[in-house]
Design a protein around this ligand. Structure first.
Ligand code: BTN
Length: 254
């Protein structure tokens, strides 16, 4: 059970989340958030949808998102764009920076980021972010899955070497409600600062593959390069054959 009142009592601001809708079970919090939005629930403001048991979690691309009931954080919230159209990519970088910093404030651990927004501990994934947008004013539906109190055996066989939970890292279970509030408090502080350079520099500081070899796709071909940085528009900058390429797609760390 996720205790929304405990979450709210740790939340320092209602700028981002005001109405919290908890479901014991739901297919996907992103899908439910769109359903609420499309049914024009005008009485609902700054909605957070959270569940203890997401039965059809979606990952980026065609991926599925696995979560163990009552042990992880699976939630989605609606956000008005913070950056203008040219800088839209920066949303995908802002969110992981807030998560890394929010978790550090509560659990005192250093997490990393893999392009564009996987939350990593060493080379294992602790969390993922799915950002969808709709409508002319491009409302953002930000879906986040974080492995919090799972044990290694809770992950399906195929994920066991790839995924990790916060409990596995620090050695004890964590209360999810204050942790989530810390993440939103951090996000609010970053949005208030409105400092694109700070977000880019923080992202690069947490990136686990900066100046490392990565492979990426160019015109359907898989090629290698060195991940160099992030440009002002929030694109990856990769050095391939001594040329700097601005890139938005998927990378693999070599
Ligand atoms: C990824 O790394 O592929 C993104 C994973 C995003 C998973 C979260 S869990 C809550 C929200 N609802 C979904 O169906 N997906 C996102």
């Amino acid at each position: 059970m996720f205790f929304t009142s405990l979450f709210e009592s740790n939340l320092q601001t209602k700028n981002i989340v005001k109405d919290i809708i908890y479901y014991p079970n739901i297919d996907s919090t992103n899908d439910e958030l769109w359903r609420l939005f499309e049914n024009n629930n005008s009485d609902l403001k700054k909605i957070l949808v959270i569940t203890d048991n997401q039965t059809s979690g979606k990952g980026r691309g065609q991926n599925k998102w696995f979560s163990q009931p009552s042990k992880s954080l699976t939630y989605s919230f609606l956000l008005d764009p913070v950056f203008s159209n040219n800088y839209f990519n920066l949303h995908a970088l802002l969110i992981p920076v807030a998560i890394v910093q929010g978790i550090k404030k509560m659990a005192f651990i250093d997490l990393g980021i893999k392009w564009p927004n996987d939350i990593m501990y060493k080379n294992k994934k602790l969390g993922g972010i799915l950002i969808e947008s709709k409508g002319i004013n491009k409302k953002l539906n930000i879906g986040i899955g974080l492995n919090i109190n799972e044990s290694c055996e809770d992950f399906p066989d195929e994920l066991r070497d790839l995924a990790i939970s916060l409990k596995d890292i620090i050695g004890y279970p964590v209360q999810r409600e204050p942790l989530l509030a810390f993440i939103f408090n951090e996000l609010n502080d970053l949005i208030k600062l409105n400092d694109i350079k700070l977000i880019i520099n923080s992202w690069i500081q947490y990136c686990i593959h900066n100046n490392k070899q990565v492979s990426f796709l160019q015109e359907g071909m898989q090629i290698n390069g060195i991940f160099k940085s992030i440009n002002e528009f929030g694109q990856a900058v990769i050095n391939h054959d001594s040329k700097l390429i601005n890139y938005d797609g998927v990378i693999n760390i070599l």
